[in-house]
Design a binder for this molecule. Structure first.
Ligand SMILES: Nc1ncnc2c1ncn2[C@@H]1O[C@H](COP(=O)(O)OP(=O)(O)O)[C@@H](O)[C@H]1O
Ligand SMILES: Cc1cn([C@H]2C[C@H](O)[C@@H](COP(=O)(O)O)O2)c(=O)[nH]c1=O
Length: 222
């Protein structure tokens, strides 16, 4: 029986790497796959891992129809054994429904990869639908870490080094080890940082924690 798998983790937890490894392992056994992504950091129509691997992919726009695409291929005599779907948080709920239908009705395995929650810690619609529908949900084993050393569970967004909790849900970007403060009038520089829940709640990024720890002790009044 084909299944709909959902692999999730924070940003920078190895999802795209696993997506490319999964494709490699299945292709090495002669299975025929299709690779999809949406708004990868490296540009359109590519899956890119921070370990340096890249693979061309089909770009999933909001009006893309997985069911129609695969049925058209099969009707024309093509073969499809599995789908790799990266950045699945950006897919619409309807597209996730189509992926479930592809698994059930066409017996094609679907491996979806994506982050669960946005910078406000709200579920992305595509990820929420995957949680509702997936046969198997797997959390990435290689843990991304908060600056405090705890497992990172949340994705924070910074603008010019300051953590923000308001703004557009979708802003493509990358994690940075050292977020830098920028006071210029240029558009804000957007970056991401993975944090544990406690530090996400307190808006305590690595840079802010460092600044707080370097601040002079208050004078002992009274
Ligand atoms: N220089 C490096 N050496 C070893 N591992 C690295 C290096 N750079 C990145 N990684 C690994 O790659 C992971 C990010 O992989 P990637 O597939 O790009 O993540 P995701 O798709 O979840 O954002 C990091 O968590 C880390 O484990
Ligand atoms: C939290 C959050 C992230 N994004 C974007 C930033 C990246 O382009 C992708 C996640 O990619 P990764 O391979 O998992 O690192 O999502 C966003 O648009 N909005 C957010 O709130």
């Amino acid at each position: 029986m084909a299944e709909l798998h959902f692999f999730t983790g924070t940003m920078d937890s190895g999802k795209s790497t696993l997506a490319l490894q999964t494709n490699h392992n299945h292709a090495a056994r002669g299975r025929v796959g299709r690779i999809f992504t949406s708004r990868d950091r490296s540009g359109a129509a590519v899956v890119s891992s921070r370990l340096g691997l890249t693979h061309e992919a089909r770009e999933v726009d909001p009006d893309f129809d997985f069911w129609r695409d695969i049925v058209t291929t099969l009707t024309a005599g093509g073969r499809v054994d599995y789908l790799i779907c990266d950045e699945a948080q950006f897919y619409t709920r309807e597209q996730i429904d189509q992926l479930a239908k592809v698994a059930d009705e066409l017996q094609i395995d679907v491996f979806a990869f994506g982050i669960l929650t946005d910078f406000r810690s709200h579920l992305f619609p595509g990820s929420a639908r995957l949680v509702e529908l997936a046969d198997r949900m797997n959390v990435l084993q290689v843990e991304a870490l908060c600056w405090c050393g705890k497992r990172a569970t949340h994705n924070a967004r910074t603008e010019d080094g300051i953590m923000v909790t308001e703004g557009d849900v979708v802003v493509v970007g990358d994690v940075e080890s050292e977020a830098s403060a920028d006071t210029s009038a240029e558009p804000a520089h957007v970056a991401y940082e993975v944090l544990c829940r406690q530090h996400h709640r307190r808006r305590l990024t690595a840079a802010r924690a460092k600044a707080v720890s370097l601040a002079p002790e208050p004078l002992p009044f009274g």
